[in-house]
Design a protein around this ligand. Structure first.
Ligand SMILES: [Zn+2]
Length: 329
């Protein structure tokens, strides 16, 4: 049996819906029409991308203006090894491009064959995406202006694209590896064998399931292995009426509860099934229902759920009192 700590790739994501609002909404509507729009401040400076207020004094920005698709690289950074979250799979530059007619630079991609081809002062031109939907990616990026190519620009006129405020899901996510550590790895491997393995603190005798590396009261390693039966008591619970990501297969409402295994001192959250949700109560005695061996793995999802065991209810206040007493000792 391997004793190496388990490692699993993990994604922490907060996908939220973002509204473009009046100002960026019109800017994106402009991009869909292959026009780059900015807004003029009281002192005449033109902001691209447009803002609602002048960052200098907070005064509202005024007229909309169309600026040139030609511009100059002010600063840049060369991305030699793009990450999966970057807009290109081959090397490229992120650059601050100040478009002709604008007073502020726009951050975007400059596509170039090599690092030396991008520099401060480089003249570039916009390249448009084939399909445009009112998104920053409608402007596919910038490319160096070929020698001798014209960079004169005539705005389409006074008419501005209609405001197209809309919302889109903004995917903010961190991808990283979770390392379980020795104690937790033992516990997780136990779950794939339908066993609850915990650890006991050698000083205060507190039993942790799932185990921590160290006792949170004594701050010493919890070294002693303990195996617990799959029976326990519901300490607290909640009824879930809303759809939960990853639990869409469950019929709602369903119940989840903190289950304290017999002999353990730390409860954990588990799915409670096998009775009507209105029968779920604190003190209810439950037992683990395991998945079939082929469906089990080093995860708490090896436990299909907990179901009522039919035993008389336990006295929760007595359980809590005993735990408090143990921790004072
Ligand atoms: Zn302890």
């Amino acid at each position: 049996v391997s004793t190496e700590p388990l490692v699993e790739p993990w994604t922490l994501a907060f996908p939220y819906t973002r509204s473009t609002g009046a100002t960026l909404g019109r800017f994106f509507a402009g991009l869909a029409a292959q026009r780059i729009l900015g807004r003029r401040a009281v002192d005449g400076r033109v902001f691209v991308p447009p803002l609602e207020h002048d960052p200098r004094d907070g005064s509202p920005l005024g007229d909309w203006v169309e600026v040139s698709p030609y511009g100059t690289v002010e600063t840049h950074t060369w991305i030699a090894e793009p990450l999966s979250t970057h807009p290109r799979t081959t090397p490229f530059a992120f650059a601050m491009v100040r478009l002709d007619g604008a007073d502020t630079p726009l951050l975007h991609v400059v596509d170039a064959p090599e690092r030396e081809a991008v520099f401060t002062g480089l003249r570039v031109r916009a390249r448009w995406a084939e399909e445009r939907t009112g998104h920053l990616r409608d402007l596919a990026g910038f490319e160096p202006l070929p020698p001798g190519a014209s960079d004169t620009f005539t705005p389409e006129g006074e008419s501005m694209p209609e405001l197209a405020s809309r919302s889109f899901v903004y995917p903010m996510a961190l991808h990283y590896d979770v390392r379980a550590g020795h104690a937790l790895s033992v516990h997780l491997r136990g779950l794939s064998e339908a066993r609850f393995l915990g650890r006991r603190c050698p000083r205060c005798a507190r039993v942790y399931v799932p185990p921590l590396g160290a006792c949170s009261v004594c701050s010493i390693a919890v070294s002693e292995d303990v195996e617990l039966a799959g029976s326990g008591t519901v300490i607290t619970f909640c009824i879930v009426n809303l759809a939960v990501r990853g639990q869409e297969h469950l019929e709602r409402p369903f119940a989840c509860g903190n289950v304290l295994l017999d002999g353990a001192d730390t409860p954990f959250l588990a799915l409670l099934q096998g009775c009507a949700v209105k029968e779920v109560r604190a003190g209810m005695r439950v037992r683990a229902v395991w998945r079939e061996p082929a469906e089990r793995g080093p995860s708490l999802s090896s436990v299909r759920h907990f179901e009522p065991s039919g035993e008389p209810d336990a006295d929760v206040s007595e359980l809590v009192r005993r735990r408090k007493e143990l921790h004072r000792a």
